[in-house]
Design a protein around this ligand. Sequence first.
Ligand SMILES: [Zn+2]
Length: 413
Amino acid sequence: MRLEDLRIDGRRLRRSLEEMAAIGATLGGGVERLALSDEDRRARDLLVRWLEELELEVTVDAMGNIFGRRPGRNDDLAAVMSGSHLDSQPRGGRFDGPLGVMGMLEVMRTLRDHEVETDRPLVLVDWTNEEGSRFAPAMVGSGVWAGALDLPWVYDRRDAQGRKLGEELERIGYQGEVSCQKFSVRAYYEYHIEQGPRLERERKVIGAPEGIVCLHWYDVYLKGESNQVGPTPMEGRRDALCAAAEMILEVNALPEKMGGNMVATVGEIQNQPNSRNIIPGEVHFTVDIRSWDDELALRAWEALEKKLRAVAERRGCLVEVEETWRLGHSSFDPALVQRVLESADGLGYPSLKMVSGAGHDASYVSQVCPAAMIFVPSIGGRSHVEVERTTWEDCEAGANVLLRCVLETAIER
Ligand SMILES: [Zn+2]
């Protein structure tokens, strides 16, 4: 069989995705598999079992990142790596993450079935805590691997119950012996759902992002004064929730005011004491700003911060802001992006060059080796929700593009 005629098994890919989606399945048809939870452990156990069945060399590093390595004919060459993550958002979807891990698994299985050898070794990866919803920030597994984040600092991140990331990693049995650090990689391909509406709207099957927008995360803490709602007159109140309400609308108005290509969101809020007959005394909320233009995002934050201080002062509240995470926009390797487009072409799938509005492990990985991503459409552009879906045909198409990209890079001509 000519390598150009090689295809992955779409039905087997579907079965793996369905078996994975059963772990932490929610009533609404999604999954809840927060990083380092018991569900995450069961998903990891299943993955490791599948990797061992393929006789891959399995290693787990100190961040809990899981690697499955298939030797190459010339095993000293830099590897071709692909994968994504198995953790999910609270009541999240089945495809965000697992598609990339199961996609590479299916590529490995296809190569075994057809006894295809590659010159370069191949590595499948499952990155720890991509989502960042239980432990902020996101993408810490790939961040430490790439040398962008410090391991002790990441171990110290706490969830809402105060449990430390490092302790939870140990508890589920995935704190590996191998140190977490980059190794030599010729190309990293991450196969993922688009998580937006563009491919569907333009009737394309494959998206090849040129890179990922910058991600800036902030935490805002407000202090007002709690009091009984009945006897306390309206004038002179220091209502932290009212201040937050005004601030949230300022965040929402920011992109239009800045006049550039950016988005700004408040997605999380805690109100204290959160009682119907007490004036809210303390509020915490998050701000997420993203843009392809890092400077614009920074200017937007500066403008916003002034607004926040003005609102707080007018409402008699104290405001503290914290920069939680700042990751510049990442440009993918132009040659690999081109390879994704050409592979799609060669397979007869209509494709599109675009930009990723969502963060991915490929962002940190692209800091240390050539990287690119393969996107397939999200039905209705929905993701991070239980109804997140991609058609099985599109899942198969993306895995075929991944197979072709991997072979093109891993076999010397
Ligand atoms: Zn993802």
